[in-house]
Design a protein around this ligand. Structure first.
Ligand code: SF4
Length: 241
């Protein structure tokens, strides 16, 4: 789809499928712990979560993980090394406690990706490991930062058509992100899509409102309509008519 030039990281999301409530925790690996915390909570509510925990990790060699993950956070070297050790321990704990942990290695270079995948499989034999070489364009933000450009892809997808009517990211239609998913950020705000990095398309606050009030609301409908005119037009996952 696009040629990545810088590492990009996901964060966790929560989605609501039409048929049942289900969580997909596409999470930073370091937020799993400490053990007896998030992992145990996921385990306790496994019927809701469906046992799916996908960890986005780009490396399993300590120095490479540090370079990709915590290099710029201002911590000293011992702290960074402890973060790596703690993270690997958390993953190990999660892989033993939870039924379906998977690891997605976001790495643009296929040789590097396969090398890291091999290390991960040896470290965590019970975990499904896959490499992801293609990165999401983050609804045009990466174009603006100069990391990669999605403009050619958008031009190809729109092919002279003027209106966005759907999203092609994972599911289309009623099961798609815009109609069927509910992402929740760390502040408890409901938003349409985890590619909305500036949180411009929020439609509720779980500190103040119930899920029912957030989901079945004028504001939700308005935000969907607005997103079709705005953020979707900058995203290569949009479906045009
Ligand atoms: S088209 Fe919209 S909902 Fe789909 S991935 Fe892009 S920004 Fe998210």
């Amino acid at each position: 789809m696009t040629e990545p030039k810088k590492p990009v990281f996901w964060y966790q999301g929560l989605f609501l499928q039409p048929q049942h409530f289900q969580q997909a925790d596409l999470s930073h690996q370091s937020s799993l712990g400490p053990p007896k915390d998030k992992v145990d909570l996921i385990k306790e509510y496994n019927d809701v979560i469906g046992g799916q925990v996908c960890l986005n990790i780009s490396a399993f060699e300590r120095e490479r993980w540090i370079a990709n993950t915590v290099a710029g956070n201002g911590s000293g070297e011992p702290t960074k090394r402890r973060a790596f050790n703690r993270t690997m321990k958390n993953i190990e704990y999660a892989s033993r406690q939870l039924g379906a942990v998977s690891i997605q290695i976001n790495e643009a270079n296929s040789d590097d990706a396969e090398k890291q995948a091999d290390i991960a499989r040896r470290m965590f034999p019970g975990v499904t490991v896959r490499a992801c070489l293609a990165l999401s364009d983050r609804a045009g933000i990466l174009h603006e930062t100069g990391a990669l450009s999605n403009r050619d892809e958008i031009g190809r997808m729109s092919a002279g058509r003027s209106r966005v009517v759907d999203c092609n990211n994972t599911f289309t239609g009623i099961g798609g992100r815009h109609f069927g998913w509910l992402h929740v950020n760390a502040l408890g705000k409901a938003l349409l899509c985890c590619n909305d990095y500036h949180f411009d398309y929020t439609f509720g606050d779980f500190h103040a409102d119930t899920l029912k009030d957030i989901w079945i609301s004028e504001r939700h409908a308005t935000v969907i309509e607005r997103s079709f005119r705005e953020i979707y037009r900058k995203c290569s996952m949009a479906v045009w008519k």
